[in-house]
Design a protein around this ligand. Structure first.
Ligand code: NI
Length: 163
């Protein structure tokens, strides 16, 4: 296993489009193992492939003993709404209140390529929503107020200010 570099905002690779995963091979397995290792070292609860520079629809997440690999996830229903603080490994040291659905219905494949259709609630739903956002080029900063966004852009450097 290897520890991968986590891209930090405003790296443009965090915004790139991601491809569907269609091949469930050894290469994918190795990437998943490396992403787990990288997430644990960084003390995160979720990590999406674009955050390590790989533009594919893959994420890993762990919450309350549940370890989950989601491939090609798609949130097809949302209900309720809850504001809670969350962080992101691509925005080190930043925690922001973000409104997310309380409950989601999500379709995904596991690492063997098997399809699942599941209803998820609470903080795990928040993590899945946050990480699925990454696969669509959407970031924590897109969920905060304009004022906070300006502050974060300034904090994360010049490159962001001109974008
Ligand atoms: Ni994140």
């Amino acid at each position: 296993m290897a520890i991968l570099d986590i891209l930090v905002y405003p790296n443009p690779l965090l915004r790139q489009e991601t491809d569907l995963v269609t091949t469930f091979d050894g290469k994918l397995k190795k990437l998943i193992a490396d992403m787990w290792e990288t997430m644990y070292v960084a003390k995160g609860v979720g990590l999406a492939a674009p955050q390590v520079g790989v533009p594919i629809k893959l994420l890993v997440a762990e919450w309350e003993e549940r370890r989950q690999v989601l491939i090609n996830p798609s949130i097809i229903e949302k209900s309720g709404s809850e504001k809670r603080e969350e962080g992101c490994l691509s925005f080190p040291g930043i925690y922001e209140e973000v409104e997310r659905p309380e409950r989601i219905r999500i379709l995904y494949q596991d690492e063997k390529g098997e399809s699942h259709d599941e209803i998820v609630e609470g903080y795990l739903a928040r993590i899945f929503s946050h990480e699925t956002d990454h696969l669509n080029g959407k970031l924590l900063i897109d969920h905060v107020s304009l004022l906070k966004r300006a502050f974060l852009k300034k904090k994360f450097g010049r490159k962001a200010r001109i974008s």
